[in-house]
Design a protein around this ligand. Structure first.
Ligand code: HEM
Length: 322
C-alpha cells in the first residue's frame, strides 16, 4: 500500500518536473508561460478582419472542422494528401490554414514551444466572433496537438449540407452535443460564403410550399443569378444575404422567411422538428439569448475529448508534427 502511494507520488512529480500539467483545461493555463497570448491573437485577428472580413468566417468553420473530428487537436492543420484537409467536406472549401500558421509563428516568437496549435484555433475562433460583433466567452486552454490526422473520420463525422434535421441531431448527439448546441452553433451561418454546388439542387427543381425544402421565390431568384443551372459550381453566395460579415441573429430570421442557403439550414425551421423550430424562433426574436446559447455551444464543442498531457505534443509548426 505504502509503496503504491510512493510510486503514485513519484509519477506525479515526474510529470510536474517535465513541465506537463496533469491537467484538465483551464482559462489560466498560460497565465505564467504566455501571459500576453490573448493580446497577440487579438491584434492579429484584427488585422485579418481589416484586410478580409470573410476570413474570420472561414476560421470559425476551421474550428468546427477541427473539433468535430476527435476533439480540438489541430489535426485539421496537418499537411499531406492523406490528411483531413483532403477529406470531402474540406477539400477546395475549408480555408484559413495559413492564417493559423502565421498566428502560431507570432505566438512562437514570444512564447516558444509553449502554446499548442489546438489552443490557437480555439482562441482565434472566439476572437473572430467578437471581431464581427458577436458574443464573447471564456476560453479554456491546455489542449495538445495530435500526432496524426484521420481523413476517414473527417469524411464520416463532418455533417454534409444535405442532411435533414433528425440526422443533424444524431450527428451532434454522437459528439456529445445537444439539440440546443446544434441550433445555436448553426447560427455561425450568419457569416461567410457557400459554393453554388452545395445548394444548386434546391434552385431549379419544383418548389412546393408544402415541401420541407421550400425556398422563398425572391431568394431563389436572387441565388439563380449567382448559381446557373449548369456550371459555376464554385461561385460564392453569402450564407446570410444581408449581413454576411456581421455576427447577428439574421440567420434565424432568414430561416423563418424560407431563405436558408443549404438544406441543412432550412431543415431547422421546415424539417418538422418542433423543439428545433421553437429554438429557431426564439433566436430570431431574441439575439441576446442566441448569443448566450452560442457561447455555451462553442465552449461545449471546444471542450470535447481534449487531448491532454502527457499525450500529443506542442507542435512548432502547425502543418507538421515535430
Ligand atoms: C450543422 C451542420 C452544418 C453543416 C451541414 C454545414 C455545412 C456548411 C457548408 C456546406 C458550408 C459552405 C462550404 C462551401 O461551400 O465551400 C459551410 C460554411 C460555413 N460553416 Fe457550416 N455547417 C454546419 C455547421 C456549422 C457549425 C457548427 C459552424 C461553426 C461553429 C459552422 C460554420 C460555418 C461558417 C462560418 C461557414 C462560412 C465559411 C467561409 O465563408 O469560408 N458550420 N457550412
Amino acid at each position: 500500500m505504502a509503496s503504491s502511494i510512493v510510486s503514485m507520488i513519484s509519477i506525479f512529480l515526474l510529470f510536474a518536473m517535465s513541465g506537463h500539467a496533469l491537467a484538465s483545461l483551464s482559462p489560466t493555463f498560460y497565465s505564467s508561460t504566455c501571459p500576453n497570448l490573448t493580446g497577440i491573437v487579438r491584434a492579429a485577428v484584427q488585422q485579418v478582419v481589416a484586410s478580409e472580413p470573410r476570413m474570420c468566417a472561414s476560421l470559425v468553420r476551421l474550428f468546427f472542422h477541427d473539433c468535430h473530428v476527435n476533439g480540438c487537436d489541430a489535426s485539421i492543420m496537418l499537411n499531406g494528401s492523406n490528411n483531413e484537409q483532403f477529406a470531402f467536406p474540406n477539400i477546395n472549401s475549408l480555408r484559413g490554414y495559413n492564417v493559423i500558421e502565421n498566428i502560431k509563428a507570432l505566438v512562437e516568437a514570444k512564447c516558444p514551444n509553449t502554446v499548442s496549435c489546438a489552443d490557437i484555433i480555439v482562441i482565434v475562433a472566439r476572437e473572430c466572433v467578437m471581431a464581427l460583433n458577436g458574443p464573447t466567452w471564456t476560453v479554456t486552454f491546455g489542449r495538445r496537438d495530435s500526432l496524426t490526422a484521420n481523413q476517414t473520420a473527417a469524411n464520416v463525422e463532418l455533417p454534409p449540407f444535405f442532411l435533414n434535421v433528425s440526422r443533424l441531431i444524431a450527428n451532434f448527439q454522437s459528439h456529445g452535443l445537444s439539440v440546443q448546441d446544434l441550433v445555436a452553433l448553426s447560427g455561425s451561418h450568419t457569416i461567410g460564403q457557400g459554393q453554388c454546388g452545395n445548394f444548386k439542387s434546391r434552385l431549379y427543381g419544383p418548389s412546393l410550399s408544402s415541401s420541407p425544402d421550400y425556398m422563398n421565390p425572391y431568394y431563389n431568384q436572387s441565388l439563380r443569378s449567382q448559381c446557373p443551372s449548369s456550371g459555376g459550381d464554385s461561385n460564392l453566395s453569402p450564407l446570410d444575404l444581408q449581413t454576411p460579415v456581421v455576427f447577428d441573429n439574421k440567420y434565424y430570421k432568414n430561416l423563418i422567411n424560407f431563405s436558408g442557403l443549404f438544406h441543412s439550414d432550412q431543415t431547422l425551421w421546415s424539417g418538422g422538428d418542433w423543439t428545433v423550430a421553437q429554438l429557431v424562433h426564439t433566436y430570431a426574436m431574441n439575439q441576446a439569448r442566441f448569443f448566450q446559447d452560442f457561447a455555451t455551444g462553442m465552449i461545449n464543442m471546444g471542450n470535447l475529448k481534449p487531448l491532454l498531457a502527457p499525450n500529443g505534443q506542442i507542435r512548432k509548426y502547425c502543418g507538421k508534427v515535430n
